[in-house]
Design a protein around this ligand. Structure first.
Ligand code: NIG
Ligand code: FE
Length: 417
């Protein structure tokens, strides 16, 4: 089965990640391009006039649009129950995120709501969010547990993630975030809580059933300290889960350097990283993931993305969609925020949401790029270039989305004026 997409004004040939530093700014661009899909992969792309023989192929007129790789949202808490709109108002009134958490709200409110929801409820509440993300051009989503905080409810969350994967074309990747905060029944006994969540039969069933590939910890005041975080990730790694971390979000804890030492695939948030942390990141393979939607939603400082890129690092960008610190589902909206808040160029943001995000979920050899042999995860936009996508903040110009060579979103006439 062959498909030729032609009449593409701008094809951004994002190379396989990680793409570091200066190279993020200038991915190869083909103007007046065409691309050939064969079955589930990209067979050829180049100037339209050079298109190979495509007899029998379905021909799609891109109508002068832009073609980019399918976006990868590499850090989300998209599977959750209920809302924390009441806390949103409390924060507008002056309460801080950590104060709300330490008073028993925040993540703990979401835990109460998730524990009373069935697996079916959880799927029913989260599936529409995933479908809206797909409509914005996101073809792969990493999704964390972390609102269950007991073996039963963490497993329920991971199973809900797997069911969503079966019910949508989106590729869902599970992350075991049992170390999100300490549940009330273990108040003051964080190590005993960790013992329970690191129980070898539990970790083994998560790995054997393919429920998660990654493990994550929130290293922060009100959650876990450096030593506890190291212990959690170390044990998970031994069981076969690759470490990730929420580090330096609200205070600097040194968790980024610890995670790099442990071989974490990504260190996420980084609002409070210092120069030493950046030097450690430089010596490691850990991908720095920045989440400006969170800074926007909490009205808090931003991560020094410019400094990270200028230091030669392969920065990735994600939504962090969750009920407490960022309810933004749209990764393209976060790309616009990266422009205005982090001073990242539109092309840097695109590379951050594709090649580098794919590297942050260990899939850079298959997705996140327009390269021959790569999986045909593609987004066609009704705008003449990527700049116009991020410039038209909050407007969705997605016309067609392909996942593994199959059309999974087809929208009507979406020309952006
Ligand atoms: O990435 N910081 C910790 N975890 C999430 C927020 C979770 C929540 O508030 O529900 C984050 O910001
Ligand atoms: Fe998060």
């Amino acid at each position: 089965m062959k498909t030729l997409i032609q009449n593409i004004t701008q094809l951004v040939a994002v190379p396989p990640g990680p793409v570091a530093g200066e190279a993020m700014r200038r991915p190869p661009i083909v103007e007046d391009a065409a691309l050939l899909i064969e079955d589930d992969h990209i067979a050829w792309f180049g100037y339209r006039s050079d298109a190979p023989d495509h007899a029998g192929a379905r021909v799609i007129d891109a109508r002068g649009g832009t073609l980019v790789p399918g976006l990868v949202d590499c850090h989300t808490h998209v599977v959750h129950a209920g809302s924390r709109a009441d806390e949103f108002e409390q924060r507008i009134g002056g309460a801080s995120y950590i104060e709300i958490l330490e008073a028993g709200g925040g993540i703990k409110s979401s835990v109460r709501m998730l524990r009373t929801a069935s697996e079916d409820d959880l799927v029913a509440q989260s599936l529409p969010r995933v479908r809206r993300m797909l409509e914005c051009g996101v073809t792969t989503i990493e999704a964390k547990s972390g609102y269950g905080l007991s073996p039963e409810h963490e497993l329920k969350t991971l199973r809900a993630i797997r069911r969503i994967a079966a019910e949508t074309p989106v590729e869902m990747i599970g992350t075991y975030l049992a170390a999100h905060t300490i549940p009330p029944e273990f108040a003051g006994r964080p190590n005993e809580y960790l013992d329970q969540m690191l129980e070898s039969a539990l970790l083994k069933s998560i790995v054997d059933e393919g429920l998660a590939e990654f493990a994550d910890v929130f290293c922060e005041r009100g959650a876990f300290d450096l030593e506890q975080s190291r212990r959690f990730l170390g044990a998970c790694k031994e069981a076969g889960l690759t470490p990730k971390i929420h580090s330096e979000q609200i205070t600097r804890t040194g968790a980024t350097a610890m995670a790099c030492e442990l071989g974490a695939v990504s260190a996420d948030h980084l609002e409070f990283v210092n120069d030493d942390d950046i030097a450690v990141l430089k010596r490691s393979k850990t991908i720095p993931v920045v989440l400006p939607g969170c800074s926007f939603f909490l009205g808090s400082p931003v991560a020094p993305a410019r400094k990270l890129i200028d230091a030669g690092l392969p920065v990735a960008l994600a939504t962090d969609i969750n009920p407490g610190s960022c309810t933004i589902e749209s990764l393209p909206l976060v790309m616009s925020m990266a422009a205005t808040m982090l001073k990242m160029t539109p092309l840097e943001s695109l590379v951050a949401c594709t090649a580098n995000a794919a590297a942050a979920v260990c899939r850079a050899d298959r997705i996140g790029a327009i390269a021959v042999g790569h999986q045909a995860d593609l987004v066609l936009l009704d705008v003449p270039n990527v700049n116009r996508w991020t410039y038209n903040v909050g407007v969705n110009p997605v016309a067609t989305v392909w996942k593994a060579g199959r059309v999974v979103v087809e929208r009507g006439d979406r020309a952006v004026g």
